[in-house]
Design a protein around this ligand. Structure first.
Ligand code: ADP
Length: 230
């Protein structure tokens, strides 16, 4: 379980409060207006922003001040961050070893992850020789090989068209279910939340609310969410 106990996060003077728990294997969407603090919340769980009050726990262990590499977290960013001069397999291998000195079994893990995201046979290509959707799949394979229980996605597929985005969300949901991962995904689109999330965290004006069941929240949105949805 991920627990944020009366947490206050500081992002360069902007402060965000959060107090809630997330069960292992849950899929959570983080939605709210631009600038409300969604990335701040995700970034603090990843260890990029300091918690100045309260505690953060994973499976009962205090990770409030743990450095990013010691957290149970893999993070997928919006642009995927693929290196253009490296092959697809090397880009994925970076998730295992930054120096890319992979053992035979680690190379097998890379092949396995590429198979899971549907990129078998494309190991030696450069990212430029992949479509946008395939690049997203490669970036997803890189977070999969990291084998961390908590997967954080910050508007991961915003650059893709609607059909491809839905396809990627379905893939993420399937992979998360297969591997039992806990998922937190920032999105500005309630349809993304409907597609993938059990519960939604609404972030508004310096506060991340406790997660509420997706259908319940969207069927009867609070005032702040109604304003945002328009
Ligand atoms: P969201 O993801 O919901 O769009 P962010 O978490 O990115 O919101 O930003 C929350 C607030 O923090 C914003 O009001 C923004 O102005 C502020 N902020 C973001 N980054 C910094 C920074 N590096 N220094 C100071 N303030 C920042």
């Amino acid at each position: 379980m991920l627990q944020l106990e009366q947490v206050r996060i500081d992002n360069g003077g902007f402060e965000l409060d959060a107090d809630f728990g997330i069960e292992p294997g849950e899929k959570i969407a983080v939605i709210g207006p631009s600038g409300a603090g969604k990335s701040t919340l995700i970034g603090a769980i990843a260890g990029f922003y300091p918690v100045i009050r309260g505690r953060m726990l994973w499976q009962g262990q205090d990770i409030t001040t743990a450095i990013p590499g010691e957290r149970p977290v893999a993070m997928l960013f919006q642009d995927g961050n693929l290196f253009p001069h490296l092959s697809v397999a090397e880009n994925v291998g970076l998730g295992l070893r930054p120096d890319l000195r992979l053992s035979a079994s680690e190379k097998e893990q890379v092949r396995d992850a590429l198979g899971r995201v549907g990129l078998q046979g494309m190991e030696e290509r450069r990212p430029a020789a992949l479509s946008g959707g395939q690049q997203s799949r490669a970036a997803l394979a890189r977070v999969l090989v990291q084998d961390r229980p908590l997967l954080l996605l910050d508007e991961p597929f915003a650059a893709l068209g609607p059909a491809l985005r839905r396809e990627m969300l379905d893939l993420v949901r399937t992979l998360a279910d297969e591997t039992g991962k806990t998922l937190l995904m920032v999105s500005h689109d309630p349809d993304d939340a409907r597609r993938i999330a059990d519960r939604i965290i609404l972030v508004t004006e310096g506060r991340a609310d406790a997660p509420v069941a997706t259908d319940v929240l969207l069927a009867n949105p609070p005032e702040a969410l109604r304003r945002y949805l328009g």
